[in-house]
Ligand binder design. Structure first.
Ligand SMILES: [Zn+2]
Length: 246
């Protein structure tokens, strides 16, 4: 049974109260339904004069689609106490201790995050960024030495569609999420960006520089293409207030 509550704030799906948000749009010709990819919340865009009954009927008609969309999104992607998270290529269990000090330690395949639990995901992300900067600086220095080049600086970001970049001014930028990947995969990205200091393109010559740093780079490049989206999708934000998109 599906029920949209009276206030149109929730849809009851198999006993779960799923948040519903409605947005009227003066230019909408018909209703548009979306399921938020991260939170699983339901969003409906309405023409100006759509009635509440029409909204209820519309959702009821599409409940099968909503359930399918919601099952695609994986709750395990949101960082939480006790879950397994990849770190340097190995699965480590997260332990949010809830007690001081506000420090992070890695021991016996566990990553222990101290301090208040509600801030643990954000604290963990800051720590991972710092770790990424530390290890990628070493990686990039190694390969810059091998290729006889220098870079200006390293910056760490969270780009949605790329793992690294190299500017003409010699700044190397890397996604902090590389610290989640296996070491050689991360090092491949470092070699790739350092090689761009010599060749600002993906020509044959460019790939020869990469191969000089890492003869078996192709397998690490493949790993990233195949498995990388899992690292990109991990969410460290607290989704309780569920308003990432609006
Ligand atoms: Zn490139």
């Amino acid at each position: 049974m599906t029920a949209v509550d009276r206030s149109l704030n929730y849809v009851n799906i198999s006993g779960e109260q799923v948040p519903l948000s409605l947005r009227r749009n003066a230019r909408a010709k018909r209703m548009i339904l979306r399921v938020d990819r991260l939170s699983g919340d339901i969003k409906v865009t309405l023409p100006p004069r759509a009635s509440q009954k029409a909204v209820r009927d519309f959702i009821a008609q599409h409940i099968g689609w909503i359930e399918r969309e919601r099952s695609k999104q994986n709750a395990a992607l949101v960082i939480a106490n006790g879950m397994l998270m990849p770190f340097m290529g190995a699965q480590s269990q997260l332990v949010f201790s809830g007690v001081p000090p506000r420090k992070i330690s890695v021991e016996n395949e566990q990553i222990v995050v101290g301090g208040p639990i509600d801030q643990a995901p954000a604290r963990l992300e800051r720590w991972l960024r710092a770790e990424a900067k530390r290890v990628l600086t070493t990686d990039a220095r190694d390969y810059a030495d091998q290729l006889g080049v220098t870079f200006q600086r390293i910056s760490i970001g969270d780009m949605k569609t790329r793992w690294g970049s190299c500017s003409s001014k010699g700044t190397l930028k890397f996604s902090w999420r590389l610290v989640l990947a296996p070491e050689m995969v991360r090092r491949y990205v470092a070699a790739h960006e350092v090689a761009h200091l010599l060749e600002m393109n993906h020509s044959e010559r460019f790939w020869q520089h990469v191969a000089k740093c890492m003869p078996d780079f192709a397998s690490h490049r493949r790993w990233l293409k195949k498995e990388g989206s899992q690292l990109m999708d991990l969410q460290f934000k607290n989704l309780i207030d569920g308003s990432l998109n609006y």
